[in-house]
Design a protein around this ligand. Structure first.
Ligand code: ATP
Length: 234
């Protein structure tokens, strides 16, 4: 049984169609990267799975159960957490309070607590009483990831976590991923940085104009095929 499956998933913003029948499968414990250019539909796919955009019930299955029509809090309650594009921290709350917010929706025991999140990102412990706005962009991204982990998710959806960050900061953030994987969670990363995506993922999906154009394991994907799937044929 797949952990998450979408079946002919469509998404609309008013009359504008952003997804045209997307079929993806995420298996337990795997790390999947979704790549694609600006506007390809990656964020829309994440928002659909997370329940921010509602859909037909059967368009999204979680452990074979239809969840496409559930609202975001219900989806999170089942164990799917999202690190949203732009981080969306609460500016008036401290680092620690932002982390604790992640724990409200889903009170299940699991590997992630304040202490283990601080173990993953020690700088956050040092700065735990600071307002989140006092942190660097990379540190804020760590808070956003930590906040999502606090719900002890089975699936962690990460939307463009490297956007706008220096390469060395991106490297520090991705250095935490093996420990997240060890907990058995599936990780989905949306990335415009193809090299980063290929490095971290067991499997890659490429999107263009609201459709999946390529899928495979990084080692099986040819550069030219990725280029065509990402940018279209010349
Ligand atoms: P990006 O890297 O820019 O986030 P993306 O691959 O995540 O790109 P989406 O943000 O999912 O792409 O956008 C897919 C399409 O839907 C684009 O054409 C975009 O303009 C459109 N779109 C996204 N959000 C909205 C919205 N709130 N209202 C109308 N159209 C939208």
């Amino acid at each position: 049984m797949a952990l998450i499956e979408t079946r002919a998933l469509k998404a609309f913003y008013g009359d504008f169609q952003a997804l045209f029948g997307v079929d993806i499968v995420f298996e337990q414990g795997e790390t999947v990267a979704i790549i694609g250019a600006n506007g390809a539909g990656k964020t829309t796919l994440m928002r659909s799975i997370a329940g921010v955009l509602r859909n037909d019930p059967g368009a999204i299955l979680y452990r074979d159960e239809p969840i496409g029509a559930l609202a975001a809090p219900a989806v999170m309650g089942r164990g799917i957490a999202m690190v949203p594009e732009g981080r969306r921290l609460f500016p008036s709350l401290s680092v620690e309070e932002n982390l604790l917010v992640g724990n409200y929706g889903r009170k299940v025991a699991g590997p992630w607590t304040l202490e283990t999140v601080y173990g993953l990102f020690p700088i956050l412990k040092e700065r735990r009483h600071k307002p989140s706005t006092a942190l660097s962009g990379g540190q804020q991204q760590m808070v956003a990831i930590g906040r999502a982990l606090m719900s002890n998710p089975d699936v962690l959806l990460c939307d463009e976590i490297s956007l706008g960050l220096a390469p060395v900061v991106v490297r520090d953030i991705y250095a935490a991923f093996p420990r997240i994987r060890e907990t058995g969670a599936a990780i989905v990363v949306v990335e415009q940085d193809i090299a980063q995506a290929l490095k971290v993922a067991d499997r890659v999906y490429c999107m263009m104009e609201g459709r999946i154009t390529l899928t495979g394991k990084p080692q099986d994907l040819h550069r030219d095929a990725i280029h065509t799937a990402y940018f279209g044929a010349d």
